[in-house]
Every structure is written in structure tokens, then in C-alpha cells.
Design a protein around this ligand. Structure first.
Ligand code: SAM
Length: 214
């Protein structure tokens, strides 16, 4: 049976390493996690292509390079507790889970969260807690987090996420209008929040109290 190992190696070399991502742990995770299992079987042959794919409910699994760029920006060493907003297919969750201690991931659409839970179990990812709800409010009971990743575009940085970011923690979030956003990394240094522009991107809407209205 084709497990797409060759497609994965090519994806990592041509789309990820070639664009400057050097973190060996991240490259290894993306070489090993079977991305095709996170999309419908009809799309397996496209799962390693250089673009996002539909995952149902009007949502997408992000382009592999975007997954790599956002994960790299968190600078994970293996000890962190990370909050992800927008579980979607669960693929990004699986990559994070390989690189940190524990992932808390929130998805607003129940069918996607259920499916992601099944696939994560199937591929042997158990250091994750999934929740259905409005991730723009964060997960206050589990805060503070060492890393927070928002995988949907927000009109502005959701304030609760800044409050739930621990000392030295990093938040990666696309902010802009509904068509085009800028990817920002915000690092907490005491009371100071250092904001960096990581470039342009395009995401589906973050829908919620601190995002776009449904
Ligand atoms: N990380 C995902 C993956 O690897 O498949 C990609 C996620 S997709 C680009 C964005 C996801 O964010 C969608 O599944 C969408 O339903 C979800 N979403 C949007 N607003 C949300 C909110 N307020 N809370 C939680 N999830 C939200």
C-alpha cells in the first residue's frame, strides 16, 4: 500500500526546506506525519501538493509551508504547553504534538473536531486535548501557554489570547480583513508585547466573540 512516504519527503525538501525552514525536529515531523489521512480519501493524491485543501464545512487544511512557517515561529523545544485555535483536520495539531509537551486545541465546528479526534487516535497522537467552542476566547482554565497558534484569520488580535500567553510565550496569528491577512508573532516579555510581521497570508475567518461575527 502507498503510504506516500516519497511524496512527503519531496514536500519537505521542495516546499519547506527550499523556502528556508531549518528546524530538524520540525522537518522530521513533517516527513513522518501522514498528512493524507487528515483529508478525504478522494484527495489523498493531492495531500502533499503546495496548496490548502478542502476538509468540509467550508474549511481548509492549510498549505504545508504555512503549517511549517507558523510552527517554526513558535520555536518549540519539546517542553511547551501549546494552545491551537482552529483544530480543522487535526494535521497541524499532530505536528505540534510531535514538537511540544501538550497541545490544547479548540474547534468551533463539532463534525471537524470529532473527525480530527478519530484521525489523531489512528495515527497515535495522544498528548492533545480537543474542545469544541469559541477559541477566540482562549482556554482560560489551562492558561498560561508557552505558545498559542491561531489558524484562522482575525480582524484584530483577540485580547484573551494575549492575556493567556505566559512569560516568554509566543502567539502566532493572522490579522487583517476577510481576504488578506498579515501573519504576526507576538512575544511576551513581562508587561511588554513584542510584535513581529512574518508576511502576508490568507486564511478562513476566525468566527467568534473576538473574531468575525458569524
Ligand atoms: N489547523 C487546521 C488544519 O491543520 O487542518 C486548519 C484550520 S482551518 C484553516 C481554520 C479552522 O478554524 C476551521 O476549521 C474553522 O472552523 C476554525 N475556527 C474558526 N473560528 C474559530 C473559533 N472561534 N474557534 C475555534 N475554531 C475556529
Amino acid at each position: 500500500m502507498n503510504d506516500y512516504a516519497l511524496s512527503r519527503r519531496r514536500m519537505v525538501q521542495e516546499q519547506i526546506q527550499a523556502r528556508g525552514i531549518r528546524d530538524e525536529r520540525l522537518l522530521k515531523a513533517m516527513t513522518e506525519v501522514p498528512r493524507h489521512l487528515f483529508v478525504d480519501e478522494a484527495l489523498w493524491t493531492q495531500a502533499y501538493n503546495d496548496h490548502p485543501l478542502a476538509i468540509g464545512e467550508g474549511q481548509t487544511i492549510s498549505q504545508p509551508y504555512m503549517v511549517a512557517l507558523m510552527t517554526d515561529a513558535l520555536g518549540l523545544t519539546g517542553k511547551e504547553r501549546v494552545l491551537e485555535i482552529g483544530t480543522g483536520s487535526g494535521y497541524q495539531t499532530a505536528i505540534l504534538a510531535r514538537l511540544c509537551d501538550w497541545v490544547f486545541s479548540i474547534e468551533r465546528l463539532t463534525p471537524l473536531s470529532r473527525r480530527a479526534q478519530r484521525v489523531l487516535e489512528q495515527v497515535g497522537v495522544f498528548n492533545v486535548n480537543l474542545r469544541v467552542g469559541d477559541g477566540s476566547k482562549g482556554w482560560p482554565e489551562e492558561a498560561p501557554f508557552d505558545g498559542i497558534m491561531v489558524t484562522a484569520g482575525a480582524p484584530e488580535i483577540p485580547q484573551p489570547l494575549l492575556q493567556q500567553l505566559g512569560e516568554g510565550g509566543r502567539l502566532v496569528v493572522p490579522v487583517g480583513d476577510r481576504y488578506l491577512q498579515t501573519l504576526y508573532r507576538v512575544t511576551r516579555r513581562g508587561q511588554e508585547l513584542v510584535k513581529e510581521d512574518l508576511g502576508g497570508c490568507r486564511f478562513v475567518d476566525l468566527v467568534g466573540q473576538y473574531g468575525w461575527k458569524a
